[in-house]
Ligand binder design. Structure first.
Ligand SMILES: CSC[C@@H](O)[C@@H](O)C(=O)COP(=O)(O)O
Length: 368
Protein backbone atom coordinates (compact mmCIF):
# COMPACT_ATOMS: atom_id res chain seq x y z
CA UNK A 1 0.00 0.00 0.00
CA UNK A 2 1.09 3.62 -0.01
CA UNK A 3 3.09 5.89 2.28
CA UNK A 4 3.25 9.46 0.94
CA UNK A 5 2.49 8.14 -2.54
CA UNK A 6 5.28 5.53 -2.46
CA UNK A 7 4.45 1.84 -2.54
CA UNK A 8 5.46 -0.14 0.53
CA UNK A 9 4.94 -3.58 1.92
CA UNK A 10 5.32 -4.23 5.62
CA UNK A 11 8.24 -6.64 5.02
CA UNK A 12 10.58 -7.23 2.10
CA UNK A 13 13.97 -8.56 1.04
CA UNK A 14 16.54 -5.77 0.90
CA UNK A 15 18.55 -4.99 -2.27
CA UNK A 16 21.45 -7.09 -0.98
CA UNK A 17 19.14 -10.06 -1.56
CA UNK A 18 19.49 -11.57 1.90
CA UNK A 19 18.73 -9.11 4.70
CA UNK A 20 15.13 -8.28 5.47
CA UNK A 21 13.53 -4.85 5.73
CA UNK A 22 10.49 -4.14 7.87
CA UNK A 23 8.64 -1.06 9.04
CA UNK A 24 9.28 -0.49 12.74
CA UNK A 25 5.67 -0.32 13.92
CA UNK A 26 6.64 0.73 17.44
CA UNK A 27 7.57 4.15 16.07
CA UNK A 28 4.34 4.85 14.19
CA UNK A 29 2.53 7.18 13.84
CA UNK A 30 5.25 9.54 14.99
CA UNK A 31 8.16 8.35 12.85
CA UNK A 32 8.46 6.18 9.75
CA UNK A 33 11.53 4.05 10.40
CA UNK A 34 12.71 0.99 8.49
CA UNK A 35 14.53 -1.74 10.42
CA UNK A 36 16.99 -4.20 8.87
CA UNK A 37 16.88 -7.78 10.15
CA UNK A 38 20.10 -9.71 9.59
CA UNK A 39 19.74 -12.81 11.78
CA UNK A 40 17.22 -15.29 13.08
CA UNK A 41 17.61 -13.64 16.49
CA UNK A 42 16.74 -10.25 14.95
CA UNK A 43 13.54 -11.74 13.53
CA UNK A 44 12.61 -13.33 16.86
CA UNK A 45 13.21 -10.07 18.74
CA UNK A 46 11.24 -8.11 16.10
CA UNK A 47 8.25 -10.38 16.69
CA UNK A 48 8.60 -10.46 20.48
CA UNK A 49 9.06 -6.70 20.87
CA UNK A 50 6.30 -5.94 18.35
CA UNK A 51 8.50 -4.13 15.88
CA UNK A 52 6.34 -6.28 13.59
CA UNK A 53 2.93 -7.47 14.75
CA UNK A 54 -0.36 -8.73 13.38
CA UNK A 55 -0.85 -12.45 12.82
CA UNK A 56 -0.01 -12.76 9.09
CA UNK A 57 3.03 -10.49 9.34
CA UNK A 58 4.28 -12.43 12.36
CA UNK A 59 4.11 -15.55 10.15
CA UNK A 60 5.95 -13.92 7.23
CA UNK A 61 8.63 -12.54 9.56
CA UNK A 62 9.17 -15.97 11.07
CA UNK A 63 9.55 -17.44 7.58
CA UNK A 64 12.27 -14.90 6.75
CA UNK A 65 13.79 -15.55 10.18
CA UNK A 66 14.21 -19.19 9.17
CA UNK A 67 15.85 -18.09 5.92
CA UNK A 68 18.27 -15.85 7.84
CA UNK A 69 19.02 -18.78 10.15
CA UNK A 70 19.82 -21.03 7.21
CA UNK A 71 22.55 -18.59 6.09
CA UNK A 72 24.16 -19.01 9.49
CA UNK A 73 23.74 -22.73 10.00
CA UNK A 74 21.81 -24.89 7.53
CA UNK A 75 22.41 -28.19 9.34
CA UNK A 76 19.51 -30.24 10.74
CA UNK A 77 20.46 -28.95 14.18
CA UNK A 78 20.41 -25.38 12.84
CA UNK A 79 16.95 -25.90 11.40
CA UNK A 80 15.67 -27.24 14.70
CA UNK A 81 17.28 -24.40 16.66
CA UNK A 82 15.78 -21.73 14.38
CA UNK A 83 12.32 -23.27 14.74
CA UNK A 84 12.65 -23.32 18.53
CA UNK A 85 13.93 -19.75 18.70
CA UNK A 86 11.08 -18.37 16.62
CA UNK A 87 8.13 -20.45 17.86
CA UNK A 88 8.32 -18.95 21.36
CA UNK A 89 8.40 -15.33 20.16
CA UNK A 90 4.64 -14.82 20.68
CA UNK A 91 2.04 -17.38 21.76
CA UNK A 92 -1.38 -16.50 20.37
CA UNK A 93 -1.22 -15.89 16.60
CA UNK A 94 -1.24 -19.34 15.00
CA UNK A 95 0.25 -17.95 11.78
CA UNK A 96 3.64 -18.12 13.50
CA UNK A 97 3.44 -21.89 13.87
CA UNK A 98 1.83 -22.29 10.46
CA UNK A 99 4.69 -20.46 8.72
CA UNK A 100 7.38 -22.29 10.68
CA UNK A 101 5.78 -25.66 9.89
CA UNK A 102 5.61 -24.71 6.20
CA UNK A 103 9.30 -23.80 6.27
CA UNK A 104 10.26 -26.99 8.07
CA UNK A 105 8.34 -29.18 5.62
CA UNK A 106 9.95 -27.37 2.68
CA UNK A 107 13.49 -27.48 4.08
CA UNK A 108 13.82 -30.83 5.84
CA UNK A 109 14.25 -32.86 2.62
CA UNK A 110 16.68 -30.33 1.06
CA UNK A 111 20.45 -30.83 1.14
CA UNK A 112 21.88 -28.42 3.76
CA UNK A 113 24.09 -26.88 1.06
CA UNK A 114 20.95 -25.72 -0.75
CA UNK A 115 18.79 -24.94 2.24
CA UNK A 116 19.41 -21.20 2.45
CA UNK A 117 18.32 -20.64 -1.13
CA UNK A 118 15.29 -22.89 -0.69
CA UNK A 119 14.40 -21.07 2.54
CA UNK A 120 14.37 -17.63 0.90
CA UNK A 121 12.31 -18.99 -1.99
CA UNK A 122 9.69 -20.47 0.38
CA UNK A 123 9.63 -17.33 2.55
CA UNK A 124 9.04 -15.21 -0.56
CA UNK A 125 6.19 -17.54 -1.54
CA UNK A 126 4.61 -17.25 1.91
CA UNK A 127 4.76 -13.45 1.65
CA UNK A 128 3.30 -13.42 -1.87
CA UNK A 129 0.62 -15.90 -0.88
CA UNK A 130 -0.44 -13.59 1.94
CA UNK A 131 -0.94 -10.73 -0.52
CA UNK A 132 -2.98 -12.94 -2.87
CA UNK A 133 -5.13 -14.24 -0.02
CA UNK A 134 -5.86 -10.70 1.13
CA UNK A 135 -6.92 -9.73 -2.39
CA UNK A 136 -9.40 -12.60 -2.19
CA UNK A 137 -10.67 -11.35 1.18
CA UNK A 138 -11.02 -7.86 -0.33
CA UNK A 139 -13.30 -9.11 -3.11
CA UNK A 140 -15.43 -11.26 -0.85
CA UNK A 141 -15.80 -8.57 1.82
CA UNK A 142 -16.57 -5.92 -0.78
CA UNK A 143 -19.84 -7.70 -1.59
CA UNK A 144 -21.00 -7.16 2.01
CA UNK A 145 -20.23 -3.45 1.85
CA UNK A 146 -21.88 -3.15 -1.57
CA UNK A 147 -25.02 -4.84 -0.26
CA UNK A 148 -25.30 -2.26 2.52
CA UNK A 149 -24.51 0.64 0.16
CA UNK A 150 -27.28 -0.47 -2.21
CA UNK A 151 -29.80 -0.29 0.64
CA UNK A 152 -28.93 3.33 1.48
CA UNK A 153 -28.18 5.00 -1.86
CA UNK A 154 -26.25 8.26 -1.58
CA UNK A 155 -25.53 7.67 2.10
CA UNK A 156 -22.26 6.73 3.78
CA UNK A 157 -21.64 3.15 4.91
CA UNK A 158 -20.29 3.23 8.47
CA UNK A 159 -17.87 0.49 9.43
CA UNK A 160 -16.20 -0.23 12.75
CA UNK A 161 -12.90 -1.99 13.28
CA UNK A 162 -10.78 -2.95 16.28
CA UNK A 163 -6.99 -3.07 16.62
CA UNK A 164 -4.98 -3.03 13.39
CA UNK A 165 -5.86 -5.69 10.87
CA UNK A 166 -4.58 -3.45 8.13
CA UNK A 167 -1.76 -3.76 5.61
CA UNK A 168 0.75 -3.22 8.41
CA UNK A 169 -0.50 -6.38 10.10
CA UNK A 170 -0.09 -8.44 6.93
CA UNK A 171 2.36 -8.27 4.04
CA UNK A 172 -0.01 -6.01 2.11
CA UNK A 173 -3.69 -4.98 1.92
CA UNK A 174 -4.63 -6.21 5.41
CA UNK A 175 -7.48 -8.53 6.26
CA UNK A 176 -10.25 -6.41 7.86
CA UNK A 177 -9.08 -3.40 5.87
CA UNK A 178 -8.82 -5.18 2.51
CA UNK A 179 -12.55 -4.82 1.69
CA UNK A 180 -12.44 -1.29 3.10
CA UNK A 181 -9.61 -0.24 0.76
CA UNK A 182 -11.31 -1.89 -2.21
CA UNK A 183 -14.66 -0.25 -1.44
CA UNK A 184 -12.91 3.12 -1.19
CA UNK A 185 -11.12 2.50 -4.49
CA UNK A 186 -14.45 1.64 -6.12
CA UNK A 187 -15.91 4.96 -5.02
CA UNK A 188 -18.32 3.64 -2.38
CA UNK A 189 -18.86 6.26 0.30
CA UNK A 190 -17.50 4.76 3.50
CA UNK A 191 -16.45 5.95 6.91
CA UNK A 192 -14.56 3.86 9.48
CA UNK A 193 -14.90 4.09 13.26
CA UNK A 194 -11.44 3.13 14.53
CA UNK A 195 -11.28 1.72 18.08
CA UNK A 196 -8.17 3.15 19.74
CA UNK A 197 -7.42 -0.36 21.14
CA UNK A 198 -5.88 0.09 24.57
CA UNK A 199 -3.35 -0.58 25.86
CA UNK A 200 -1.02 -0.50 22.83
CA UNK A 201 -3.36 1.63 20.76
CA UNK A 202 -2.90 -0.20 17.46
CA UNK A 203 -6.13 1.40 16.20
CA UNK A 204 -5.23 4.97 17.11
CA UNK A 205 -1.58 4.65 16.07
CA UNK A 206 -1.63 2.25 13.11
CA UNK A 207 -5.09 1.87 11.60
CA UNK A 208 -5.71 5.63 11.68
CA UNK A 209 -2.25 6.19 10.14
CA UNK A 210 -2.94 3.72 7.33
CA UNK A 211 -6.42 4.96 6.55
CA UNK A 212 -5.19 8.55 6.61
CA UNK A 213 -2.46 7.77 4.08
CA UNK A 214 -5.07 6.28 1.76
CA UNK A 215 -7.63 9.06 2.17
CA UNK A 216 -10.22 6.78 3.76
CA UNK A 217 -12.58 8.85 5.96
CA UNK A 218 -12.28 7.67 9.55
CA UNK A 219 -12.75 8.71 13.17
CA UNK A 220 -10.76 7.37 16.12
CA UNK A 221 -12.93 6.51 19.13
CA UNK A 222 -12.14 5.39 22.67
CA UNK A 223 -12.67 1.64 22.93
CA UNK A 224 -15.82 1.98 25.01
CA UNK A 225 -17.69 4.10 22.44
CA UNK A 226 -18.78 1.36 20.03
CA UNK A 227 -21.84 0.25 22.00
CA UNK A 228 -23.22 3.77 22.07
CA UNK A 229 -22.69 4.21 18.33
CA UNK A 230 -24.40 0.91 17.59
CA UNK A 231 -27.43 1.80 19.76
CA UNK A 232 -27.87 4.94 17.67
CA UNK A 233 -27.66 3.26 14.26
CA UNK A 234 -24.23 4.73 13.54
CA UNK A 235 -22.52 1.43 12.65
CA UNK A 236 -23.68 -0.59 9.62
CA UNK A 237 -21.03 -3.29 9.81
CA UNK A 238 -18.17 -4.32 12.10
CA UNK A 239 -15.13 -6.04 10.55
CA UNK A 240 -12.21 -7.20 12.65
CA UNK A 241 -9.17 -9.40 12.10
CA UNK A 242 -8.11 -12.43 14.11
CA UNK A 243 -5.04 -14.16 15.49
CA UNK A 244 -6.54 -17.63 15.57
CA UNK A 245 -9.86 -19.19 14.61
CA UNK A 246 -10.68 -22.49 16.27
CA UNK A 247 -12.21 -25.39 14.34
CA UNK A 248 -15.59 -24.57 15.92
CA UNK A 249 -15.50 -20.97 14.61
CA UNK A 250 -14.53 -19.25 17.89
CA UNK A 251 -12.44 -16.18 17.11
CA UNK A 252 -9.43 -15.02 19.10
CA UNK A 253 -8.47 -11.41 18.49
CA UNK A 254 -7.14 -8.33 20.26
CA UNK A 255 -8.54 -7.77 23.74
CA UNK A 256 -11.88 -5.96 23.58
CA UNK A 257 -13.11 -7.70 20.43
CA UNK A 258 -15.49 -9.85 22.47
CA UNK A 259 -17.15 -6.83 24.07
CA UNK A 260 -17.63 -5.26 20.64
CA UNK A 261 -19.20 -8.48 19.35
CA UNK A 262 -21.60 -8.52 22.32
CA UNK A 263 -22.63 -4.94 21.61
CA UNK A 264 -23.09 -5.75 17.93
CA UNK A 265 -25.23 -8.79 18.77
CA UNK A 266 -27.42 -6.76 21.12
CA UNK A 267 -27.99 -4.12 18.46
CA UNK A 268 -28.40 -6.33 15.38
CA UNK A 269 -25.20 -5.01 13.79
CA UNK A 270 -23.49 -7.59 11.53
CA UNK A 271 -20.16 -8.62 13.02
CA UNK A 272 -17.70 -10.10 10.53
CA UNK A 273 -14.20 -11.46 11.00
CA UNK A 274 -11.72 -11.33 8.09
CA UNK A 275 -9.05 -14.02 8.03
CA UNK A 276 -6.57 -15.76 5.80
CA UNK A 277 -6.79 -19.56 5.94
CA UNK A 278 -3.42 -19.93 7.77
CA UNK A 279 -5.17 -18.31 10.75
CA UNK A 280 -7.48 -21.32 11.19
CA UNK A 281 -6.26 -23.80 13.78
CA UNK A 282 -8.03 -27.09 13.13
CA UNK A 283 -6.24 -28.64 16.10
CA UNK A 284 -8.15 -26.42 18.54
CA UNK A 285 -11.75 -27.50 18.98
CA UNK A 286 -12.88 -25.00 21.61
CA UNK A 287 -11.37 -21.54 21.24
CA UNK A 288 -12.38 -20.23 24.66
CA UNK A 289 -10.90 -23.17 26.49
CA UNK A 290 -7.83 -23.93 24.42
CA UNK A 291 -6.33 -20.85 22.72
CA UNK A 292 -3.38 -19.52 24.76
CA UNK A 293 -3.87 -15.87 25.65
CA UNK A 294 -0.72 -13.78 25.77
CA UNK A 295 -0.22 -11.70 28.91
CA UNK A 296 2.07 -8.75 28.38
CA UNK A 297 3.97 -6.35 30.58
CA UNK A 298 1.93 -4.14 32.89
CA UNK A 299 3.99 -1.18 31.66
CA UNK A 300 1.80 -1.14 28.55
CA UNK A 301 -1.14 -0.35 30.86
CA UNK A 302 0.53 1.99 33.34
CA UNK A 303 2.45 4.11 30.81
CA UNK A 304 1.50 6.01 27.67
CA UNK A 305 3.84 7.47 25.07
CA UNK A 306 2.94 10.35 22.79
CA UNK A 307 4.32 13.38 21.01
CA UNK A 308 4.38 16.67 22.88
CA UNK A 309 3.34 19.95 21.25
CA UNK A 310 7.00 20.80 20.64
CA UNK A 311 7.63 17.49 18.85
CA UNK A 312 9.31 15.40 21.55
CA UNK A 313 8.25 11.83 22.33
CA UNK A 314 7.37 11.54 25.99
CA UNK A 315 6.21 8.65 28.16
CA UNK A 316 4.01 9.36 31.14
CA UNK A 317 2.56 7.15 33.86
CA UNK A 318 -1.24 7.21 34.18
CA UNK A 319 -1.77 4.65 36.98
CA UNK A 320 -0.91 5.27 40.65
CA UNK A 321 2.41 3.76 41.74
CA UNK A 322 1.73 0.46 43.46
CA UNK A 323 -1.65 -0.35 41.84
CA UNK A 324 -1.49 -3.83 40.33
CA UNK A 325 -2.43 -4.09 36.65
CA UNK A 326 -3.42 -6.94 34.33
CA UNK A 327 -2.65 -7.00 30.62
CA UNK A 328 -4.39 -9.78 28.72
CA UNK A 329 -3.55 -9.13 25.08
CA UNK A 330 -6.35 -11.14 23.43
CA UNK A 331 -9.84 -12.48 24.05
CA UNK A 332 -12.04 -15.05 22.37
CA UNK A 333 -15.38 -14.23 20.77
CA UNK A 334 -17.65 -17.27 20.69
CA UNK A 335 -18.76 -18.31 17.21
CA UNK A 336 -22.42 -17.61 18.04
CA UNK A 337 -21.65 -13.86 18.09
CA UNK A 338 -19.93 -13.89 14.70
CA UNK A 339 -22.11 -13.21 11.64
CA UNK A 340 -19.60 -14.61 9.18
CA UNK A 341 -15.95 -15.31 8.41
CA UNK A 342 -14.60 -13.45 5.38
CA UNK A 343 -11.97 -15.73 3.85
CA UNK A 344 -10.19 -15.97 0.52
CA UNK A 345 -12.65 -18.73 -0.40
CA UNK A 346 -15.81 -16.85 0.40
CA UNK A 347 -17.83 -15.68 3.40
CA UNK A 348 -18.37 -18.70 5.64
CA UNK A 349 -20.62 -19.54 8.55
CA UNK A 350 -18.49 -19.68 11.71
CA UNK A 351 -18.78 -23.39 12.30
CA UNK A 352 -16.82 -26.58 11.91
CA UNK A 353 -18.74 -27.86 8.87
CA UNK A 354 -18.32 -24.67 6.85
CA UNK A 355 -14.61 -24.32 7.69
CA UNK A 356 -13.94 -27.98 6.91
CA UNK A 357 -15.80 -27.82 3.61
CA UNK A 358 -13.91 -24.70 2.51
CA UNK A 359 -10.44 -25.85 3.59
CA UNK A 360 -10.34 -29.66 3.38
CA UNK A 361 -6.56 -29.69 2.78
CA UNK A 362 -5.99 -27.93 6.10
CA UNK A 363 -8.05 -30.58 7.93
CA UNK A 364 -5.94 -33.27 6.31
CA UNK A 365 -2.71 -31.47 7.35
CA UNK A 366 -3.93 -31.05 10.95
CA UNK A 367 -4.65 -34.78 11.16
CA UNK A 368 -1.07 -35.72 10.13
C1 LIG B 1 -4.62 -9.14 10.20
S1 LIG B 1 -4.11 -9.02 11.77
C2 LIG B 1 -5.29 -9.73 12.87
C3 LIG B 1 -4.83 -9.66 14.26
O1 LIG B 1 -3.52 -10.10 14.35
C4 LIG B 1 -4.96 -8.25 14.84
O2 LIG B 1 -6.30 -7.88 14.86
C5 LIG B 1 -4.38 -8.25 16.21
O3 LIG B 1 -5.03 -8.61 17.17
C6 LIG B 1 -2.96 -7.89 16.33
O4 LIG B 1 -2.47 -7.96 17.64
P1 LIG B 1 -0.98 -7.51 17.93
O5 LIG B 1 -0.84 -7.73 19.41
O6 LIG B 1 -0.86 -6.07 17.52
O7 LIG B 1 -0.08 -8.42 17.14
Amino acid sequence: MKVDGKHFRSIWRERDGWSVGAIDQRRLPHEFVVARLTSCEDAAVAIRDMLVRGAPLIGATAAYGMALAMREDASDAGLKRAYQTLIVARPTAINLKWALDEMRVALAPVDPLERAEAAYARADEIAEQDVEINRGIAGNGLKLIEAIASKKPGETVNLLTHCNAGWLATVDWGTATAPIYLAHERGIRIHVWVDETRPRNQGASLTAWELGHHGVPHTVIPDNTGGHLMQHGMVDLAIVGTDRVAANGDVCNKIGTYLKALAAHDNGVPFYVALPSPTIDFSVHDGIRDIPIEQRSGVEVTDMTGRTADGRLETVRIVPEGSPVANYAFDVTPARLVTGLITERGVLKPDRAALAAAFPERIAAAAE
